[in-house]
Design a protein around this ligand. Structure first.
Ligand code: F6P
Length: 304
């Protein structure tokens, strides 16, 4: 009631309740909690920690009141995958509808998402933006190292998939990888640099100084003439993000600098304004671990 009072006239409140009835998952979560929570950092005996936390849970249960009125979404046993369901009450409007859509498509099954740029391309060597060139020698070497890495990393996985853009440099980077299905997404293509496609930054500065300056001033919103802005890229990534949330098996995403900045920012919870300047080096894999523990990240630099 306190929350409802605070929101009155300002915003809508939707209660989100997650319910888990599976004793195995509860057990697993309790164990993760003991391993990771600062509350138990000083508790040397693991089993004592578990007992303590179970007591804590029992106390919560005594005072627990289910949400029964107003706008709410209940996620019931959604972690397991099959058999889970979403109960929705008194939800209307565009944004609440999008939230429901997002939630029915998301889950907490742990799985990794591996992000990498394509191997170095001929345009990268020459400092040219956009285009659709093939890989340089170093780029080809990376594609082999990446295949090796993926083979080891995903050895014990039953299924996984490799997503690329429709541009040659990502498809070629994926080509040495065997044993997993490959999917080409147009939404993973690099930012469309419109009239500047194929130019170097120096050339853009010389030939179109106003464009160069406008981009420098507001890289996030700046739209290349007949091309895209970072905001455009972010918007077209929505279906990719929903599909990544939905997947239960590992996914390797081989894409491009601007697109990966946007995807990474989503998973790493980085603010919108930072997106165009996030570092996204070549020949490096960013592994994002999705699931109950929140998002954890590892980086593998395969070449100097
Ligand atoms: O230079 C490689 C590249 O992927 C270009 O194709 C693209 O235009 C650029 O990076 C995006 O980075 P920025 O937004 O910093 O120009």
């Amino acid at each position: 009631y306190m929350l409802m009072k605070m929101a009155e006239g300002n915003c809508k409140i939707i209660f989100l309740e997650t319910i888990c009835n599976d004793p195995n998952i509860i057990e697993r979560n309790v164990r993760l909690k003991i391993q990771q929570s600062p509350d138990y950092a000083d508790q040397p005996d693991y089993e004592t920690g578990v007992r303590d936390f179970k007591e804590r849970l029992a106390n919560y249960e005594k005072v627990y009141e289910p949400v029964q009125e107003g706008s709410y979404i209940k996620m019931i046993d959604m972690v397991k995958g099959q058999g889970g369901q979403l109960q929705v009450n008194n939800i209307s409007g565009y944004l609440p509808g999008r939230i429901v859509f997002f939630l029915v498509n998301s889950h907490l099954t742990p799985r990794p998402i591996l992000l990498t740029r394509h191997g170095e391309s001929l345009h990268n060597v020459r400092g040219r933006v956009g285009g659709d060139t093939v890989l340089s020698e170093d780029g080809e070497l990376y594609s082999k190292k990446l295949a090796n890495f993926i083979e080891k990393r995903l050895k014990s996985e039953k299924t996984a998939s490799i997503w690329t853009s429709t541009l040659q440099r990502t498809i070629l980077t994926a080509s040495p990888i065997v044993g997993f299905p490959k999917i080409q997404w147009r939404a993973l293509d690099e930012i469309n640099s419109g009239v500047c496609d194929g130019m170097t930054y120096e050339e853009i500065k010389k030939v179109m100084p106003e464009e160069f300056e406008s981009r420098k001033k507001d890289k996030l919103r700046y739209r290349y003439p007949r091309g895209e802005s970072y905001l455009d890229v972010i918007q077209r990534l929505e279906p990719v993000i929903i599909e990544l949330e939905r997947q239960r098996a590992p996914v390797v995403v081989i894409s491009h600098q601007a697109v990966l900045r946007a995807l990474y920012a989503y998973f790493a919870d980085r603010p919108l304004r930072e997106v165009p300047d996030i570092e996204m080096p070549l020949h490096t894999i960013i592994e994002i671990q999705m699931g109950v523990t929140g998002v954890e990240e590892k980086r593998y630099k395969l070449m100097d």
